[in-house]
Design a binder for this molecule. Structure first.
Ligand SMILES: [Zn+2]
Ligand SMILES: [Zn+2]
Length: 163
């Protein structure tokens, strides 16, 4: 992984999106199963078109740039508008129910959308959403054959409510 600055990651995301390239990003918490290389927050950008991965580290949670990158990736109003053509909320009840359990028990949580070609995805070819509670061994995942846009949106909304 190549270390660059947060603003370089934002620039790169804009460029890749404009060029229609295949890219995505992750925010990895200290202690996150995918954050093996640091004790800080890591913002990872994968350019799958050229197989390049970039990272920047911080003691802060990348709250603002997370939303900026979501808007670049999914479009400005992604969180405001249901993805009506995908009716996968029932399909995701396992993950969303687990989020309810975390909330009831006041357990901090976060999630990862792992794309079919993601370097972190143990199930290449599938969309894989991973949900982690901030306790040992509280890791759940669900695989999807099609991009689970609405499931992810529901998770993002709950996640932002948390902050
Ligand atoms: Zn994680
Ligand atoms: Zn990835």
């Amino acid at each position: 992984m190549q270390v660059i600055t947060a603003s370089q990651i934002r620039e790169k995301a804009r460029e890749l999106q404009q060029e229609g390239r295949n890219w995505h990003f992750h925010i990895l918490y200290p202690g996150c199963v995918f954050n093996t290389q640091s004790h800080q927050y890591a913002l990872v950008l994968e350019d799958r078109s050229s197989d390049q991965t970039y990272v920047t580290y911080s003691d802060k949670r990348f709250v603002k740039i997370n939303q900026e990158l979501l808007n670049i990736y999914y479009g400005d109003n992604y969180l405001e508008n249901p993805v009506s053509e995908y009716n996968q909320v029932n399909h995701a009840s396992k993950l969303l129910n687990q989020v309810d359990v975390f909330r009831q028990n006041h357990i901090p949580w976060h999630h990862h959308m792992l794309f079919p070609d993601c370097i972190f995805n143990q199930y290449p070819g599938k969309w894989n959403i991973v949900l982690e509670g901030d306790r040992p061994n509280l890791i759940f995942n669900e695989l999807f054959d099609e991009e689970p846009l609405e499931v992810l949106r529901q998770l993002e909304i709950r996640y932002l409510e948390r902050n």
